[in-house]
Design a protein around this ligand. Structure first.
Ligand code: ATP
Ligand code: MG
Length: 425
């Protein structure tokens, strides 16, 4: 019988890869804590209607990419393609929006049925943050400052740049849409097929086309930036002024439109040139109408989501390693209770230690082979003699420090000194 394989575009994250993921998740969650965010955990499955209403009928995500299905009761459900709609649902449902300034983050898998390629999976992972009840430009600026600090913390500051734009308010976009259609309709024959279809459903998205002829047309198109109302323009200018004041560099990209209908005013993307075609690692913006679209009391919102796979890819392409696996391997040629006992003693004293205790016996030679393969930096060696004397040998597996015999009580402090990220309990 054939082995059953995973679904196309849905990947296993293997034990060799998870250390980088965990490191990244730790950095991100600590950083968000530092900006007074709290974690929220929401279901992977929601009513399909939640996403069609929030994200918009004419968007790629809903029209082409969403996993929607009828469950056994005939209810139309969807695997979440993104996190914001679910966070907004939860915030309304649990009355979290009554005090302004709710800040939450989430993380986890998202599902979109698109063509798998580098930087594009069908199950991928996002880390996202949302801020509610704050309409002012300071909230936008803080969220962007957080992003910048994130790249610095991850060692990616040189690799990632910021692009921003304003989508204006709903009336601005409606007015602009008319103007854009007037420009595009006479040129419809020169647009690619996808863009021709979008002309009636979502003409702003034509700016996203990769088609050269279409791009040439769009390069001459009227710009949303020139159609902004006074309020949206003032808001955007304040955001830019705050970013200038904070010394955050950005490029205003008038063609940045974002793929989901709920965005308004500030939108932004953090982009890298190091990942090929899928270079947007993080994207976000304001969604002041979304809470009311979902039936809550009108509450402004702003947030972002970053693609974990793309970030991990970027971190790995820089050759940064986040080792996992054992630091110390305990080799034993005595009653197993001695090895297990010593291992527990060490774990009592060094809770952060990654310790592998040789299981299944074997000759010293076989055990040292396993110790070497484990990647551990040091081996502890316990023979009959050591057991009798209450001592243990410590052997440097990677360098040339001489093997040493230590009393059992001395071991925790010695290991803490040898392994710099370990502190004794
Ligand atoms: P793209 O233009 O790359 O399709 P998007 O506008 O659809 O992105 P968002 O919905 O804003 O993406 O999602 C935020 C981030 O999540 C993206 O910037 C990207 O890093 C990541 N992302 C989106 N779709 C995928 C996917 N299919 N596979 C991997 N990462 C993804
Ligand atoms: Mg997309």
């Amino acid at each position: 019988m054939n082995n059953i394989q995973s679904i196309r575009g849905m990947h296993d994250i293997l034990p060799t890869e998870t250390p980088t993921w965990r490191w990244l998740e730790l950095q991100l969650s600590e950083l968000l804590d530092g900006y007074d965010f709290r974690e929220i955990r929401i279901p992977l499955v929601e009513k399909a209607e939640l996403f069609t209403r929030a994200i918009g009928q004419g968007t790629d995500v809903v029209e082409k990419e969403m996993y929607a299905f009828a469950d056994r009761n005939g209810d139309l459900l969807s695997l979440r393609p993104e996190g914001t709609a679910g966070v907004v649902r939860a915030a309304i449902q649990h009355g979290l929006l009554t005090t302004p300034g709710l800040k939450v983050w989430y993380r986890g898998p998202m599902f979109r049925h698109e063509r798998p390629q580098r930087g594009r999976q069908r199950q991928f992972h996002q880390f996202g943050a949302e801020v509610f009840g704050l309409a002012g430009a300071d909230a936008d600026a803080e969220l962007i400052a957080l992003g910048e600090r994130m790249w610095r913390r991850l060692g990616l500051a040189e690799r990632i740049r910021l692009e921003i734009n304003s989508l204006g308010d709903r009336d601005d976009r409606q007015r602009y849409r008319k103007r854009l259609l007037e420009y595009l309709r006479p040129r419809i024959d020169q647009l690619d097929e996808d863009s021709q279809r979008r002309l009636e459903t979502n003409p702003l998205r034509i700016f996203d086309s990769k088609h050269p002829a279409t791009r040439a047309i769009m390069a001459q198109a009227p710009l949303l930036a020139d159609a902004l109302g006074d309020e949206a323009r003032a808001h955007f200018e304040s955001v830019c002024a705050l970013l200038d004041g904070l010394g955050i560099r950005y490029r205003i990209n008038p063609a940045l439109v974002r793929g989901l209908d709920y965005y308004c005013r500030t939108v932004f993307e953090w982009v890298t040139d190091d990942l090929g075609a899928q270079g947007t690692v993080c994207a976000g913006g304001r969604y002041d109408d979304l809470v009311s679209i979902q039936g809550g009391r009108a509450t402004p919102g702003i947030g972002f989501a970053l693609g974990m796979e793309r970030l991990v890819d970027l971190i790995e392409s820089l050759g940064t390693e986040h080792p996992g696996g054992a630091q110390v391997y305990l080799v034993c040629q005595a009653d197993p209770v001695e090895a297990l006992g010593l291992a527990e003693f060490l774990r009592d004293h060094l809770p952060g230690l990654r310790l592998a205790c040789n299981l299944g016996g074997g000759s010293f030679k076989a055990q040292f082979k396993r110790a070497d393969r484990s990647g551990a930096a040091y081996a502890l060696v316990l023979g009959e003699e050591e057991v009798q004397q209450g001592r243990c040998q410590i052997k440097d597996l990677r360098g040339d420090q001489p093997q040493q015999s230590l009393a059992r009580e001395e071991l925790p402090a010695r290991l803490a000194r040898l392994l710099p990220d370990l502190a004794p309990a």
